[in-house]
Design a binder for this molecule. Structure first.
Ligand SMILES: [Zn+2]
Length: 99
């Protein structure tokens, strides 16, 4: 499937895979420029390097952290007035202290 290339997104002219950024594209190329040893990584090699293929078909240089905050850390954040609901704004003190 042909994708629209916008911004930093690109397609490798050698392996035809799609990359979300120049960084991701560069990361999938290895070898010396001068000795014609330069090549594309295969998919398993890209995964080994921490790259990730998104469901949209774009390779990215690294997978975004998807772990949720541990419950203990979340509990630490709740007393922060910036996260307390319902939100109350004191007209005499517009700056809300945030930790
Ligand atoms: Zn390639």
């Amino acid at each position: 499937m042909t994708k629209i290339l916008r911004g930093d997104r690109n397609q490798c002219p050698t392996c035809n895979l799609y990359f979300n950024s120049t960084l991701a594209f560069t990361k999938h190329r290895i070898g010396d420029y001068t000795t014609a040893q330069r090549r594309c990584l295969i998919e398993s090699e890209m995964l080994d390097k921490g790259m990730s293929l998104k469901a949209t078909g774009w390779w990215v240089s690294a997978q975004m952290p998807t772990e949720r905050l541990p419950q203990a850390k979340l509990a630490d954040l709740l007393p922060n007035p910036c996260l307390t609901l319902p939100f109350q704004i004191n007209a005499s003190n517009r700056s809300i202290p945030c930790r």
